[in-house]
Design a protein around this ligand. Structure first.
Ligand SMILES: NC(=O)C1=CN([C@@H]2O[C@H](COP(=O)(O)OP(=O)(O)OC[C@H]3O[C@@H](n4cnc5c(N)ncnc54)[C@H](OP(=O)(O)O)[C@@H]3O)[C@@H](O)[C@H]2O)C=CC1
Ligand SMILES: CC(C)=CCC[C@@H](C)[C@H]1CC[C@H]2C3=CC=C4C[C@@H](O)CC[C@]4(C)[C@H]3CC[C@]12C
Length: 400
């Protein structure tokens, strides 16, 4: 209704008053859409649970559990997209269906996000999967928000956190983009380079995630974050709604870039992605090979450190300080930020709304650095201090 303008929305809020504004513009639920959303979640659960899968091993939890995960996300992503394209090509499905029912979908996703948060909280109290890996903060609000259980599961392999973080939202990310491309075509009669570049960058990021699903098991989300509102609502609502804002915006407000401009954004984005993947790969390789590997043609340099799990047992770990990891302690975040800003740059510089993703990523990743450094400092003590002396910069070498 406001052509992507936050100030126009704000002015309407002032003109109508909050109550009338929400009556006029708040999205409404739709029974058929809710049914469709239910089918979507069930499809993703079925693909996660029943597609053939290798079993990947996670990292040792603070209570000393070593869990196996079903990592068949790439196959699930391919099957879902082939199904969507086939149904669209043969006329059983309007490819713009998600774009056309977007508001009602967001209402349903919100209901699902809140229900899952409640379920996670109740399950943590009534039927925890690994009791000793639970974390109680002393505040009910905080426990609901950040979660109590580290790895809530049903049965041996249905892992709520990996499923929620890595399936309905991320698989939908590219589907939503494709749907908004179809919407742009149906509404304007053409498809712009800007929406294509944005979608190509999203697709690279999403497919990369599934190709490297095993790597994701050694990131903060899976190793350290507990399962509550932040990850449940975040993955079911925030991710599909905010991470796709660029294509949502461009479908309704097409932006025309020259070939040179479009290529410049695409190449910068791919550069950010290559940095992101290369840095993440180095850490993963070093952890998997226990430091016995080469980086940039030389043996990896690692600091051997020790830490204790809650059961009092001592374990060895290592901190890499060569290759990319010799330049800054979170240089992977720099690659991700370059990619995020490129994604948003496809929308031009006239409106703030489509830049929400880049702004959110900047705040999230800087906050993550602080949070992670505090945790690692507690976990490794003097070992972490020694590492920080060797690698001085946090994200951008020479600047921060
Ligand atoms: N698009 C999005 O919404 C988001 C994307 N991301 C991306 O996901 C990726 C993973 O992010 P994240 O999990 O935050 O961070 P990392 O993958 O960098 O994981 C951090 C953990 O790695 C270990 N570690 C830290 N330094 C070293 C080192 N020098 N050598 C070996 N291990 C080390 C520590 O865990 P341990 O306890 O095992 O030592 C630390 O907690 C990043 O590239 C990030 O950009 C992240 C957040 C949001
Ligand atoms: C309340 C709120 C705004 C929560 C947002 C939480 C989640 C949706 C995100 C938090 C961390 C995000 C991710 C981390 C790392 C990733 C690896 C990357 O290769 C793909 C994306 C992602 C899985 C990403 C997805 C969203 C989060 C889980």
């Amino acid at each position: 209704s406001f052509y992507g303008s936050l100030s126009a929305a704000y002015n309407a809020l002032l003109d109508f008053g909050p109550a009338n504004f929400f009556l006029l513009y708040a999205p409404r639920p739709d029974f058929k859409v809710t049914l469709g959303y239910g089918v979507w979640i069930l499809l993703q659960v079925a693909l996660y649970q029943f597609l053939p899968s290798k079993l990947s091993t996670g990292q040792l939890t603070p209570a000393g559990n070593l869990l196996k995960y079903r990592t068949n996300g790439l196959l699930a992503w391919i099957i879902t997209h082939v199904l969507f394209l086939t149904l669209s090509i043969f006329g059983f499905l309007d490819p713009a269906i998600l774009a056309r029912h977007w508001e009602a979908l967001l209402v349903t996703a919100n209901i699902a996000g809140f229900l899952l948060t409640g379920l996670a909280y109740a399950k943590a109290h009534l039927s925890p999967t690994h009791e000793k890996d639970r974390k109680f903060s002393g505040s009910i609000m905080y426990d609901v928000y950040m979660g109590i259980e580290l790895n809530p599961r049903i049965g041996k392999y249905f892992d709520f956190k990996l499923f929620t973080n890595g399936r309905p939202g991320i698989v939908a990310w590219t589907l939503i983009d494709f749907s908004f491309i179809a919407y742009q075509y149906q509404t304007h009669g053409y498809i712009t380079k800007s929406i294509l570049v944005s979608t190509i960058l999203h697709t690279i990021y999403v497919v990369d995630f599934f190709i490297n699903e095993d790597w994701y098991l050694r990131t903060i989300d899976i190793c350290h974050d507990h399962f509550g509102f932040y990850l449940a609502w975040g993955s079911l609502v925030w991710l599909p709604a905010v991470y796709t804002l660029q294509t949502q915006y461009l479908a309704r407000n097409p932006i025309l870039w020259s070939n040179f401009q479009a290529a410049a954004i695409l190449i910068t984005g791919i550069g950010g992605y290559i940095l992101f993947r290369s840095v993440n790969h180095q850490k993963d390789l070093v952890r998997r090979t226990k430091g016995i590997c080469n980086l940039w043609g030389a043996p990896a340099k690692v600091l051997r450190v020790k830490y204790q799990t809650n059961d009092g047992l001592e374990h060895d770990s290592l901190l890499l300080f060569s290759g990319w990891w010799g330049l800054a302690r979170h240089v992977n975040y720099l690659g991700d930020l370059i990619l995020s800003y490129s994604m948003c740059a496809t929308c031009g510089f006239t409106h703030l709304l489509p830049w929400t993703y880049a702004i959110f990523m900047t705040i999230l990743l800087i906050h993550r650095c602080w949070r992670d450094e505090e945790r690692c400092s507690k976990k490794y003590g003097k070992g972490w201090e020694e590492y920080c002396k060797r690698v001085r910069w946090v994200i951008v070498p020479g600047i921060y």
